[in-house]
Design a protein around this ligand. Structure first.
Ligand SMILES: Cc1cc2nc3c(=O)[nH]c(=O)nc-3n(C[C@H](O)[C@H](O)[C@H](O)COP(=O)(O)OP(=O)(O)OC[C@H]3O[C@@H](n4cnc5c(N)ncnc54)[C@H](O)[C@@H]3O)c2cc1C
Length: 458
C-alpha cells in the first residue's frame, strides 16, 4: 500500500467534499463559480439516484440510468477534482482526511470539509438478516434483488413439490414505507402483468406478495388519507399487507414474525428489507474526531448552519446530519433535505470567502412527498394537497424526470418506462452468475468460482 499526501500546496481555498450523493453533488455544483478548489471523494465512481433503485431491482430500468458517472456529470466544472475512495478517518487538528482506494491509501488536506456520506441500512441489531433479506441502498443491492426475484420464478418452474413451488413464489417485503410499498407493488405487477404466459409449469399469478410492518399503517408519514388509499391500491394489486407485525427471524427458507395472533413462520425464498436506516460508519468517526455527539441513529448533531459545534470549517449535510429545526423534530432523510443542505453549506463557504456575515440558519423547504404503488397510481403529499391515483402518478413521473441526473438518462428512462407502463414488458431482466450466487447462496453452497476452479483441477 502506498500512502500519498496531497493538496499541501493548494493556493486557493480548498474544499473537500465527501460523498457524491444528493448532498455532496449539489454542494459541489454550488461551488462552481466560487474562488475555491474542490476535491470530491466518493466510494463509487457514480452518483446514485436511490429513489429509483426499486425499478432496477424489478427490471424496469438499467443501473446506468440511475447511476451516471460523477466525472461525466461534473466534466464542465473546472474547479473540481473527482477522486475515488472511501474516507476512513478525519484528523480535525491536522485538517486532513484519510482515504482508502483499491491498492492505494492517500491523505487529503482541507480548509473546509463538507461531509455527505448518506445513510446505511439498519437491521435493528440483527445484521445476520442481511444475508437472507438484502436491503435497498446500493446498485449491488438492487442487482442482487433482481437476480433473486427473477431467479425465484425460474426455480419455482423447476420444482415438482407444491410446497417448494409455494416457497419460491412467496415474496416478503419488510417495511411499508415508500420503498417497501414500491417494491411490493412492482413484484405484484411482474407476477400479474409481465410474467404470465412465459412459464410452462407454474402460474406466476399465484405468487404471494406480503408486505409486513411493525407499524399500524402503510406510508405512515403520508397521513391517514393517503395511507388508506395506498392500502386499498395494494389490496387491488393482490399484495397481502400484514401490519403490526414484527419480524423476529429471517433465514434462507423463511421469515419468523410476531403478530397479535402470535408467532408465525412464513416459508419464503425471497425476502427484502426496506425497514430502517442508520448513519454510515463515517458519521460516528466524524463525531468522535470533532468531539460532537451523535443521535440514536448515529447521525451527527450540527449547528443551525449545518456546521459542527466547535468546528465552523466542517459541515455535515444530508442523511447523516441530525438537525432539529423545530425542537424535538429531526429533519427527515430525504433527497430534498440533502440537496438543500448541501447547497446551503456551499453558500456559507462562499459568504465567508467574500467576507460577508453568516447567512440565516438552514431552513428546509418541504416540496412534498411522493410514492408510487403501481403504474398509473401514486400518492403525493404537497403542502396541503393530498393527491392519489393517476394525478399523483403524473406528478411522480414529472418530478423524477426532472431530478434524474443527465439528459441521456432521462431519454432512455422514458423509453424504458414506456415499455413497462404502456406495455407489459421489463427491459432489464438480465442477472449475472455472480448475482445469482449472491450472499446467502455463497454461504450455503460455497463460492461458485472456487468450486469451478476445484472442478477444473480434478
Ligand atoms: C431505496 C431508497 C428510496 C428512496 N426514495 C426516496 C424518495 O422517493 N424521495 C426522497 O426524497 N428520498 C428518497 N430516498 C432518500 C434519499 O435517497 C436520501 O435522503 C438521499 O440520497 C440522501 O442524500 P445524501 O447525499 O445525504 O446521501 P447519499 O445520496 O446516500 O450519498 C452518500 C454518498 O456518499 C458516499 N459515501 C458514503 N460513505 C463514504 C465514505 N466513507 N467515503 C466516501 N464516500 C462515501 C456514497 O457512495 C454515496 O455516493 C430514498 C432512499 C433509498 C435508499
Amino acid at each position: 500500500m502506498e500512502t500519498v499526501m496531497e493538496q499541501g500546496s493548494q493556493r486557493r481555498h480548498h474544499v473537500v467534499v465527501v460523498g457524491a450523493g444528493f448532498g455532496g453533488l449539489f454542494a459541489t455544483k454550488a461551488l462552481r463559480k466560487a474562488p475555491v478548489d474542490v476535491t470530491l471523494i466518493n466510494a463509487t465512481t457514480y452518483h446514485l439516484f436511490q429513489p429509483l433503485l426499486y425499478q432496477v431491482a424489478t427490471g424496469i430500468l438499467s443501473q446506468g440510468e440511475i447511476a451516471p458517472p460523477i466525472r461525466e456529470v461534473l466534466k464542465r466544472q473546472d474547479n473540481v477534482d473527482v477522486r475515488l475512495g472511501t474516507v476512513t478517518g478525519i484528523d480535525v487538528a491536522a485538517r486532513t482526511v484519510s482515504v482508502d482506494a483499491p491498492g492505494l491509501d492517500y491523505t487529503v488536506g482541507y480548509d473546509t470539509l463538507i461531509v455527505a456520506a448518506g445513510a446505511s441500512q439498519s437491521y435493528f441489531g440483527n445484521d445476520q438478516f442481511a444475508d437472507f433479506a438484502p436491503g435497498m441502498k446500493s446498485i449491488d443491492d438492487a442487482l442482487e434483488l433482481r437476480a433473486r426475484i427473477f431467479g425465484a420464478f425460474e426455480l419455482a418452474d423447476l420444482q415438482t413439490d407444491p410446497e417448494a413451488i409455494e416457497r419460491y413464489l412467496t415474496f416478503v417485503v419488510v417495511g411499508a414505507g415508500p420503498t417497501g410499498v414500491e417494491m411490493a407493488g412492482q413484484i405484484a405487477e411482474l407476477a400479474h402483468r409481465t410474467l404470465p404466459g412465459q412459464y410452462k409449469h407454474i402460474d406466476p399469478r399465484k405468487a404471494r406478495i406480503l408486505l409486513v410492518d411493525a407499524l399500524p399503517a402503510v406510508l405512515n408519514t403520508f397521513g391517514d388519507h393517503l395511507s388508506t388509499r395506498a392500502l386499498r391500491q395494494l389490496h387491488l394489486l393482490g399484495v397481502e399487507v400484514e401490519l403490526e407485525t414484527r419480524v423476529v427471524g429471517v433465514d434462507a427458507t423463511g421469515i419468523e414474525v410476531e403478530t397479535k395472533r402470535g408467532h408465525q413462520r412464513i416459508p419464503s425464498m425471497t425476502k427484502m428489507w426496506a425497514a430502517g436506516v442508520s448513519a454510515p460508519p463515517l458519521a460516528r468517526k466524524l463525531g468522535e474526531a470533532a468531539g460532537v455527539e451523535t443521535d440514536r441513529a448515529g447521525r451527527v448533531h450540527v449547528n443551525p448552519d449545518c456546521s459542527l459545534p466547535g468546528h465552523p470549517e466542517i459541515f455535515a449535510v444530508g442523511d447523516m446530519m441530525a438537525l432539529d429545526e423545530t425542537p424535538g423534530q429531526q429533519l427527515p432523510g430525504v433527497a430534498q433535505v440533502a440537496i438543500q443542505s448541501g447547497q446551503y453549506a456551499a453558500g456559507q463557504v462562499r459568504r465567508r470567502l467574500a467576507g460577508q456575515p453568516a447567512g440565516k440558519p438552514f431552513k428546509y423547504f418541504d416540496k412534498g412527498s411522493l410514492a408510487t404503488i403501481s403504474r398509473f397510481s401514486a400518492v403525493a403529499s404537497i403542502g396541503k394537497l393530498r393527491l392519489s391515483g393517476f394525478v399523483g402518478w403524473t406528478i411522480w413521473l414529472v418530478v423524477h424526470l426532472l431530478y434524474l441526473v443527465g439528459f441521456k438518462n432521462r431519454v432512455s428512462a422514458v423509453m424504458h418506462w414506456a415499455v413497462s407502463f404502456l406495455g407489459r414488458g421489463r427491459s432489464e431482466r438480465v442477472s449475472t452468475f455472480q448475482q445469482a450466487f449472491a450472499r446467502s447462496a455463497v454461504r450455503a453452497y460455497g463460492d461458485p468460482w472456487e468450486r469451478g476452479r476445484a472442478d477444473d483441477r480434478s
